[in-house]
Design a protein around this ligand. Structure first.
Ligand code: BGC
Length: 427
C-alpha cells in the first residue's frame, strides 16, 4: 500500500445547501444572481435541484461506500420571515437526515454557509449587532427540531471568506468595500459561534445526549511572500495571515485575543470547539497588499496553486493552539475535466497521514458539481458530474477512485497507477 488509512481516519464528502438545493428565491445569493453578478448567469434557485432529488443523491452516496456527509441547511427556507419557521421545511430536512442515517451515513450539519434570508440581509446581516440574538433563535429551533438525530455541527462556515468577499472585496453580497465593516462582521460572527457552541451543548445535554461535537469551519491558507527578498511582500504575507487567519483562529477557539477583532464582552475565556475544522485549498503569495500565486507552480482550473503540504501546515497551526481532533471539513479542487483530481486527493491525504496529527475526518469538497458562488456552474469541484440541462448525475473517475479508496482502506500502487498517475497544469 502507498498509503493506508489509520482506523481513526474516516472519509466523507461535503456540500452546502445553496450550492445544490435550488427551489429557494428568498436568499441573498438569489438576489445577487438577479443583479447579474454570477459569472455564467447560473441560477442558484435551480442549482442541482437537490431539494427534490435528495433521495437519489443520498442513494448514490451510500452506494459509493461514503459514510460521512457534511451538509448544510438553507436558513432562508426554514425561517422565511423573522421568527416564523416553516415546519414543512424542517420536516423535509428531517426526512433527508433520516434517510442518510438509514444508509449508514453520519451527518455533520452546517448551520450557516454564506447565504442569508433576504429579511436578514436587508437589516445588514452580521454587520448589525442584533444578528447574535437572531442567529441564536434560529440555532435553537434547529436543535429543537433535529437535535435528536444530529450530534455534530458546524456553526458558521468560513467567517473570514464570507466577511472579506462580501464586505472588503465587494465580490459577494452585499458588495461592500469597507475594512471596518469586514472586521465588525467577523467579530459578530465570532460572538454568534461562541454563544451557539454553548447553546447547542446545553440543549443537547438537556435532551440527554453526551456525544455533541461543535466547531466552526475555518478557511485556512499558507501565506508566503511573492518575493522573499522584498520587505513589503514579507510584511504583506504576515499582515494577511493575521487579519484573515490567526485572528479568527484564536478568537473563535478561545473567545479571546483575536485582535483586530473586537473584544467579546460577556464571554468567558474557554475552548469553544470540540474539534478543529479546517477547510484547505491553496497557498497565497503576497506582494504588498496584493494577493496572488507563486509563478511556475502546479495550478487548478481557477489558477489556484496545488500545494498539498499546506493542508498539514494549517492543521498543525490549529493543533498548536489546542490539542483537539482534526476534521478536514473541506478539501478539493476545480478540475472540470476531472484530469488530476484523484492525484490531488491522494497527495493531500498522504500529507495528512504522514503528519502524525490526529485527523479523524476528511470531507472532500464536494460530492456533486454545484453552484460555485460567483463562478456559477462553470467551476466544477465534484467527484460526481452534473449535467445541468438534464440534472443527470454520473460518477466521475475521481468518484470511482474515492469509492475504491474507501473500500480498500488506502491506496495501493495499482490504484495509484490506475487513477493518480496524471499531470498537473503549471502556471
Ligand atoms: C467554500 C465552498 C466553495 C469552495 C470552493 C470554500 O471556500 O466553503 O462553499 O464552494 O470553497 O471554492
Amino acid at each position: 500500500m502507498l498509503i493506508s488509512f489509520p482506523e481513526t481516519l474516516e472519509l466523507g464528502v461535503a456540500s452546502a445547501a445553496t450550492q445544490i438545493e435550488g427551489g429557494n428565491q428568498n436568499n441573498s445569493w438569489y438576489e445577487w444572481y438577479q443583479k447579474g453578478r454570477i459569472k455564467d448567469n447560473a441560477d442558484p434557485s435551480v442549482a442541482n435541484m437537490h431539494y427534490e432529488r435528495y433521495a437519489e443523491d443520498a442513494q448514490l452516496m451510500g452506494g459509493m461506500g461514503i459514510r460521512h456527509y457534511r451538509l448544510g441547511l438553507e436558513w432562508a427556507r426554514l425561517e422565511p420571515k423573522p421568527g416564523q419557521f416553516d415546519e414543512t421545511a424542517f420536516a423535509h430536512y428531517r426526512d433527508e437526515l433520516l434517510l442518510l442515517i438509514e444508509l449508514g451515513i453520519k451527518p455533520l450539519l452546517t448551520l450557516h454557509h454564506f447565504t442569508n434570508p433576504l429579511w436578514f440581509e436587508r437589516m445588514g446581516a452580521f454587520s448589525n449587532a442584533s444578528c447574535v440574538g437572531i442567529y441564536l433563535r434560529f440555532v435553537s429551533k434547529v436543535v429543537d427540531e433535529l437535535g435528536d438525530i444530529v450530534s455534530e455541527y458546524i456553526t458558521i462556515n468560513e467567517p473570514n471568506v464570507y466577511a472579506t468577499s462580501g464586505y472588503f472585496f465587494g465580490e459577494w453580497p452585499p458588495g461592500q468595500k469597507s475594512l471596518t465593516k469586514t472586521l465588525r462582521v467577523m467579530g459578530n460572527m465570532c460572538e454568534c459561534h461562541l454563544r451557539a457552541y454553548r447553546l447547542i451543548h446545553e440543549k443537547r445535554r438537556n435532551m440527554g445526549f453526551s456525544d455533541t461535537r461543535v466547531s466552526y469551519a475555518h478557511h485556512m491558507r499558507v501565506f508566503v511572500p511573492m518575493n522573499e527578498k522584498n520587505l513589503w511582500h514579507r510584511l504583506g504575507a504576515r499582515l494577511m495571515r493575521r487579519l484573515f487567519q490567526t485572528s479568527v483562529s484564536s478568537a473563535f477557539l478561545t473567545g479571546r485575543g483575536g485582535f483586530p477583532l473586537r473584544r467579546m464582552r460577556g464571554i468567558k475565556r474557554g475552548i469553544y470547539c470540540d474539534f478543529h475544522a479546517v477547510n484547505y485549498y491553496s497557498r497565497t503569495a503576497a506582494a504588498g497588499l496584493g494577493a496572488g500565486f507563486l509563478p511556475g507552480v502546479p495550478v487548478n482550473d481557477l489558477g489556484w496553486e496545488i500545494y498539498p503540504e499546506g493542508i498539514a501546515q494549517c492543521a498543525r497551526e490549529l493543533y498548536a493552539l489546542a490539542k483537539l481532533p482534526i476534521y478536514i471539513t473541506e478539501n478539493g479542487t476545480c478540475d472540470s475535466a476531472d484530469a488530476f483530481r484523484s492525484r490531488y486527493i491522494y497527495e493531500h491525504l498522504k500529507v495528512l497521514i504522514e503528519s502524525g496529527l490526529p485527523v479523524e475526518r476528511y470531507y472532500h469538497w464536494c460530492f456533486t458539481d454545484n453552484f460555485e458562488w460567483a463562478e456559477g456552474f462553470s467551476a466544477r469541484f465534484g467527484i460526481v458530474h452534473v449535467d445541468y440541462a438534464t440534472q443527470k448525475r454520473t460518477i466521475k473517475r475521481s468518484g470511482e477512485f474515492f469509492s475504491k479508496m474507501i473500500r480498500e482502506g488506502g491506496v495501493s500502487e495499482a490504484l495509484y497507477n490506475e487513477y493518480c498517475d496524471t499531470d498537473y497544469n503549471v502556471k
